[in-house]
Ligand binder design. Sequence first.
Ligand code: SF4
Length: 444
Amino acid sequence: MATRLPSPPRVGMVSLGCPKNLVDSERILTQLRADGYHMSPDYAGADVVLVNTCGFLDSAKEESLEAIGEAIAENGRVIVTGCMGKEADVIRARFPNVLAITGAHEYEQVVEAVHEAAPANLSPYIDLVPDAGLKLTPRHYSYLKISEGCNHRCSFCIIPSLRGDLASRRPDAILREAEKLVAAGTRELLVISQDTSAYGLDLRHAAYPLKGGGEVRAHMTDLARELGRIAPWVRLHYVYPYPHVDQVIPLMAEGLVLPYLDIPFQHAAPNVLRAMKRPANDAKVLARLRGWREICPDIAIRSTFVVGFPGETEADFEYLLEWLDEAQLDRVGAFRFEPVEGASANALPNPVPEEVKEERYARIMVKTAAISAAKLQAKIGRTFDVIIDAVGDEGATGRSYADAPEIDGEVHLRDAGHLAEGDIVRVAIEDADEHDLFGVPLAD
Ligand code: SF4
């Protein structure tokens, strides 16, 4: 008689917040798959729903609470994890029926809570975990987390109190994960952490043996070089402009790492940077950018800025606008300052009135959109490699080296219906608008 397979319990997942949280969700789901669970795409089919929350800003906390409320209303059996796990009393006060609450990166506890809520029926016949785990991102790109926590104490940020000081992963373990991801179809690795340039400091940049012989230092440059040998595209996020970052630029010029750096400058005016307690805020940043462009002329720099930080004067803001004219950044995201519960910046004097914040926000958006548009116009007539994210009947959408998924622009292709997701193709750029490029793939 044939073995009757028990039907596996099903887990629903709502993942909020930043790419780092998404990586956590992937890890949790990977473990649950290994334990015999299946995923449910909707509330109705789930035996239990996991909500992975974000607690970075007050607005994100509210969004997390709303998501928990929705999951309770739709399903009723809810486990909460992620950054808001630190505020279990707030969650319990609003939703006393939540089954369990765990904090960020408490993978084992979350998995245990799921086991308790919906016991698994592991079957060797049906439960196989793909080598690279179960992914929430499309197969062709993956986030690769290289460290947790942060040694800085920026005055507007509560991440160090939520996640602790810098704790780097061993470089050999990171490389093994990268190999698995590439073997499972990843073509672009997005390296993430709170401060990628600080990677390995806590490990004293020690060297670790590599599987095939040789060794690798726990250092950003060495790690970037090795990752560049594993994956076709490697993109570095959350890098600060420390002098040692200069060593990564030749790797970009060589084509080992994408000529792209995501540097959250947040401001340029010395007074504001001091009040923000930002790392690497010396006056030599513009000179450093010039030096990088000499070695790697096409390097794309992405950044984010906060306007309306307490004490920011009109002169500080104008300094920032002039600095942006000089810096000619490729991609810029701007935010109006928002106090986060527990951040020391909340106690700073001279808060900026809301209407002034709005006005400055509008001005910085106009400025950075104009710079971006001019930089994109200059790409018309040139050719670039593009990674394909989506294919339609006739066209396709992808991204160039200058575009990280979800946060930057896109390249829209005509006559590209024959392409597949994850292909990297050479494209002739024919047109541009403020954020996106338009082009056609070149014949092989
Ligand atoms: S560098 Fe500053 S903003 Fe970034 S995580 Fe660390 S403390 Fe927060």
